[in-house]
Design a protein around this ligand. Structure first.
Ligand SMILES: *Cc1c(COP(=O)(O)O)cnc(C)c1O
Length: 370
């Protein structure tokens, strides 16, 4: 093996890499294998079997040797019909994370990225890497939007991109609609206003009508969560045709592959399962939170998503305790305001029972020790 790639040489030979990229940390995720996977907010249930089979049959009919639609036009039409949205205002990419990067390219490079803190780390990683000026406005102690502080920051002026998750990740908090509206309306036309609605099926919120009111607004949605298709990689933006056309310029040609297009089309023709499963998750979330309401040392925080935070006195020990019982969760304790917090996805009924049992056991152990 050649030693050209040895880390010892790397420092000296990366002069061609922009300083911003070198200074940006890796995406904070380490894959760990465990029987019960509650670490990535995925759907615990896979895409329904009969739809997988239908998609595979349809895939056999397609030309694998040909490039897919240039900008996934057929898929956009189907998303538009499903969302009651003009297809000319739909942009699709392999995951909404890609749209977040493209929005940073569209309005953030050499300009501003404004978001909240704690936040979804992709907003700031992309901003940092692409040399945007990043501003993070702390959430209130209850994790709601600090409307006054957001307004003050917006008033200092763009141009730039405002990333506003609704409900929030990783806290699971859903703001009052009036607060979201106040912040969105405070953003002048020199801001691109992004409402990231990755989890809206679990919160009952829907900001499409707020987006429709002005041409600089955009809703970000994904097939990775409630649709149970994280492995396919597909996300989309709903916005106005003029903004969509500019965003589209940044999407590489033929970006969404044939398999992803076929599966998403099948899903959009059979969307009933999404609502049913989201309702099941909401029910399970209530059941889990109710079962955890009597915790003495640990504290389960309320949520409007398919995950929630658990505050622990020692997140490292709590993480290991759960992992020993086969339960994989995600640490969030490095984020501001999230001291001691683990993030846990809602799983199947059996998985949730195992989680509750483990957390109650840990809580009893900690209580005795105190
Ligand atoms: C999971 C998630 C997404 C979805 O990302 P994809 O790239 O579509 O899988 C977007 N925003 C937030 C806040 C998320 O948690």
């Amino acid at each position: 093996m050649t030693s050209l790639n040895s880390p010892a040489d790397a420092a000296g030979v990366l002069g061609g890499v922009r300083a911003e990229v070198r200074a940006t940390p890796d995406y904070p995720f380490t894959p760990v294998h465990a029987p019960v996977k509650l670490d990535q907010n995925e759907s615990a249930l896979d895409f329904p079997r009969h739809l997988r089979e239908l998609a595979v049959r349809r895939m056999l009919e397609r030309d694998w040797n040909r490039y897919p639609d240039l900008h996934a036009e057929t898929l956009k039409e189907k998303i538009g019909a499903y969302e009651d949205w003009d297809a000319a205002g739909v942009v699709v990419t392999p995951g909404s994370n890609v749209i977040i990067k493209l929005l940073t390219e569209l309005g953030g490079i050499g300009q501003r990225i404004l978001t909240v803190q704690p936040n979804f780390s992709v907003y700031e990683l992309e901003g940092q890497m692409l040399g945007a000026t990043l501003t993070r406005v702390p959430l209130r102690a209850d994790f709601g939007l600090d409307v006054a502080a957001m307004k003050r920051e917006l008033a200092t002026g763009g141009p730039g991109v405002l990333f506003l998750p609704q409900p929030h990740a990783p806290t699971g908090f859903l703001d009052e609609e009036s607060d979201v509206r106040a912040v969105v309306e405070a953003a002048g036309d020199d801001w691109i206003v992004v409402i990231d609605e990755a989890y809206h099926q679990y919160s009952g919120s829907d900001y499409r009508s707020l987006v429709l009111e002005r041409g600089n607004r955009l809703s970000l949605r994904t097939f990775s969560k409630a649709w149970g298709l994280a492995g396919l990689r597909l996300g989309y933006a709903l916005t106005h045709p003029a903004l969509a056309a500019n965003l589209q310029k940044l999407v590489s040609a033929f970006n969404v592959n044939v398999l992803t297009q076929v599966v998403a089309e099948v899903a959009l023709e059979h969307p009933q399962y999404v609502r049913e499963r989201a309702d099941e998750v909401i029910w399970e979330r209530g059941r889990v939170q109710n079962a955890l309401s009597g915790l003495k040392v640990l504290h389960a925080l309320p949520s409007r998503t398919n995950f929630f935070l658990v505050r622990t006195p020692d997140p490292s020990a709590a993480y290991a305790f759960l992992l020993e019982r086969g339960l994989l969760v995600r640490r969030q304790d490095k984020q501001p305001m999230l001291t001691g917090c683990l993030r846990v996805s809602i799983g199947t009924r059996e998985q949730n029972d195992a989680l509750v049992a483990a957390l109650l056991e840990l809580d009893r152990e900690l209580e005795v020790r105190e």
